[in-house]
Design a protein around this ligand. Sequence first.
Ligand code: UDX
Length: 434
Amino acid sequence: MRIGVIGTGYVGLVTAVCLAELDHHVIGTDVVREKIDLALAGRPHIYEPGLEELLKKNLKEGRLTFYHDLDKTIKDSDVLFVCVSTPQRPDGRADMTYVEGVSRRIAENLNTYKLIVEKSTVPVRTSAWIKRVINLYRRNAEPFDVASNPEFLREGSAVEDFLHPDRIIIGVESAKAERILRQIYARFADKILVTNIDTAELIKHASNSFLAMKISFINLISELCEKTEADVELVARGMGLDPRIGPQFLRAGLGYGGSCFPKDVRALIHIGEEMGVDFGLLKEVDKINTRRIEIFINKIKQALWILREKKIALLGLSFKPHTDDIRNAPSIAVIRELQKEGAFLRLYDPQAMNNMKEVFPEKEPELVYCQSPYQALEGANAGLIITEWPEFQAMDLTRIKDIMSNPILIDGRNIFDPDEVRKQGIEYYSMGRK
Ligand code: UDX
């Protein structure tokens, strides 16, 4: 069995490499030539822990290759994993242009039976559209099946998540498709849940929206903590001890970002609208999340009053630690707001600076990229913690106090113990606690 992976972004590249690691023969392809050239050279175009080693290993052992040519990838494969992006359109809906385009190309190159597996996050009912498109553009009567196998990888631990999954959801409508997917995931036989396709598609959107709701819930509680003497960290700990609630995804802070949660919440609101189901609950989730930035900016103003020409260090630019991804990162919204106020920004991130330079090019003195957190904090009027990279938790607070113009830290991720920081003579603000 040969597996083709169409689209080698964060999801596709990890999927291709890890399917090869599961002993399958895999071909990856992408419209961006450079991504394929880099992959063939054993160099992922993204930073994801463990990925480079496995890419090199599977290329060398001959299970994995990459083609520039989509038509040839389709013809040479028995199973096709569709991992192209489904970006958010201005109205919040998912843009299905790439999925439709790939479906057409599959139709035109249908030389033998193919199983087409949607891996990208797609609205419920997408598989029905894929089937219709293939039937419209096909040139012969070769049979095919469509299946849904949503991905649940978290960036920063995607390889680990793929190779040690909690669950494998398989949405199928034929016994043959189920058999093939069970064979692909044979190593995780006890983790497989087989459903119909609509159910599988919805499991993905429902899971991500539920997790986003958990985050917004604790962030709303955090707003209330700030008006009282309550401490959101302890509220979350107390809630999380109830196994029905669980401790995960109750970290208050700057809110959720990334390529999934913001987009999936909005997509589900729209799917609901189209189907006549009111998802007002998720509209609130989105609203609470957007408000986090405003609340954070107000803390900076509370500390510095006027921000014009104040030197402000931003520590952490990626939307979460252990990734270079800045899609929907809270840092972008924070930078935009601070620029409006005329602040001078000093940026540092262990992995995401190259990506950020494309959005905000360096321009002295307004916006400068630094080589270390200390360089960013040197002479600054305030330091902001935007992403909870372990490197920041390990910083030397005495040194920070000495090098800053005004030793003020505004911690959007609650990485420090307030007493510890204040003991060093640093003025400290955090989220949902005194
Ligand atoms: C998420 C899902 O977890 C994954 O299953 C799906 O396949 C893709 O979307 P990812 O976006 O990589 O993964 O990151 P995740 O660790 O889930 O965090 C998402 C966002 O929520 C981040 O911005 C993170 O900072 C934020 N978050 C997470 C919080 O603000 N508080 C929390 O308690 C947890």
